[in-house]
Write a protein that binds this ligand. Structure first.
Ligand SMILES: O=C(O)CCC(=O)C(=O)O
Length: 277
């Protein structure tokens, strides 16, 4: 790890600095985007949901029974569940002007494509380094992530690590990840000469990163600190294609939008059939 939190932070109200940093590094952090009351509401709604009915939104088949992540599965696309409080929160925040303002400064007018919530309880494995556009396959431009810290997220509890500058590389076919450390199977190594920066985020801070930027996280090594995060992925409104599972996209006014489906061989060749993030 070679850089610090301060090298990632950019003020939200400086669009020129946001764009310059994004062009250079493909990653930047904006502090205090959401306030403490909003973060408390998010945390308590998702904890209530996972305790009351984790299967309603969980990708529970990802891990073996007995794995702590089977009790706390990541929730995929909660914004598609208006019948649940977590769904209403995710649907509201995916078009929140404070987040969309930064997204728009970085990639122009955008659609929301994905929401996810990670609980990452103490001892849980992380997610090996990867590139998001391997999954979303948005075209002709890549996707953008807005990763919202719901807890203090640092090295000890498996906060996100990102490789600045790696956004300039192609999306590549992953190799096999270490199953002791990662609950997902694909691993993309940082390009030669580049290394990962460990983020250190307070609740309400948001990390924005490019869909080709290599990023991931290590296990939560604490005994008592969850590492919860609410994550959105966006694509430019100029996109012509995306993997089918990400539709409908969500416009800033809340309308549901459909564009073309990504076809053809992915970076792993012709047999590649795509995968959700
Ligand atoms: O939070 C993590 O550990 C991984 C999240 C991630 O890969 C993403 O937001 O795209």
């Amino acid at each position: 790890m070679t850089a610090t939190h301060h090298e990632l932070a950019v003020p939200a109200d400086d669009p020129v600095a946001l764009r310059q940093r994004y062009a250079r590094d493909g990653v930047l952090q904006v502090d205090n985007v959401l306030g403490p009351d909003e973060i408390d509401e998010i945390r308590s709604a998702f904890m209530h949901q996972v305790q009351a009915d984790r299967e309603a939104l969980g990708a529970i088949q990802e891990v073996a029974e007995g794995d702590i992540l089977a009790r706390y599965p990541r929730f995929m696309q909660p914004h598609r569940r208006p019948d649940l409080l977590v769904g209403q929160i995710a649907r509201r925040l995916i078009t929140d002007p404070r987040i969309l303002e930064v997204v728009t400064a970085l990639i122009g007018p955008a659609y929301g494509a994905q929401s996810m919530f990670y609980f990452k309880p103490p001892t849980a494995r992380g997610q090996a380094m990867h590139q998001d556009n391997y999954f979303l396959r948005s075209h002709p431009e890549t996707c953008l992530a807005a990763w919202i810290a719901v807890d203090r997220c640092d090295a000890a509890n498996g906060g996100l690590a990102v490789v600045p500058g790696s956004h300039t590389m192609e999306v590549v076919c992953p190799e096999e990840a270490d199953a002791e450390e990662s609950f997902t199977r694909g691993l993309v190594r940082p390009p030669a000469g580049m290394s990962a920066v460990q983020t250190d985020m307070q609740p309400g801070d948001v990390l924005f990163f490019h869909g080709s930027a290599v990023h991931g996280s290590l296990p939560n090594t604490t005994t008592d600190r969850f590492r919860r995060s609410l994550i959105f992925h966006y694509v430019p409104q100029a996109s012509t294609e995306i993997s089918k599972g990400y539709m409908p996209l969500i416009a800033p006014d809340g309308q549901e939008i459909r564009i073309g489906e990504a076809h053809g061989g992915g970076p792993c060749g012709d047999g590649w059939e795509g995968a959700m993030h």
